[in-house]
Write a protein that binds this ligand. Structure first.
Ligand SMILES: [Zn+2]
Length: 140
């Protein structure tokens, strides 16, 4: 409701507990805001009772973002996934050159793993030597 109406509340982390306890109605500019906030305040009090709880969520989000960047970001992970799919289609009949043992064959398995925060995960695995590899390793 508040997001739909473009409402916002700016308060410092140091003021969080006072705001949550009893100051929040003072910041409402309209009865609609007061009603909408009144509905979520009990949930906020339960889930984020202290400024530390709010900070922990912010830190957690920042860590998740940092991991995403470290893993090459969304674009890199999409690119890896697409490359795996394309390589799998191209190599189904022609085979692949395993970077581990150098065997060129169709004797490998393709493991497609849904994208997650932890980066590119889909891979190919050679049945000859057990080496796991991705499209980048094959392109070398
Ligand atoms: Zn191999």
């Amino acid at each position: 409701m508040l997001a739909e109406t473009g409402s916002w509340f700016r308060l410092g982390l140091a003021n969080w507990e006072d705001w949550l306890a009893n100051k929040w109605p003072e910041d409402c500019r309209h009865e609609i805001e007061r009603e909408a906030l009144a509905a979520v305040i009990p949930v906020l009090r339960l889930r984020f009772p202290t400024a530390e709880d709010v900070a922990a969520v912010v830190v957690k989000r920042k860590i998740a973002d940092a991991e995403l960047v470290a893993a090459g970001g969304m674009d890199a992970r999409h690119a890896h996934q697409m490359a795996c799919e394309n390589l799998g289609v191209r190599s189904r009949t022609k085979g692949l050159l395993c970077p581990g043992c150098g065997n060129h064959s169709t004797h490998y398995r393709q493991v497609m793993i849904p994208m997650t925060v932890s980066g590119p995960q889909s891979y190919f695995q050679c049945y000859h030597c057990g080496q796991k590899f991705g499209p980048v390793d094959v392109a070398k």
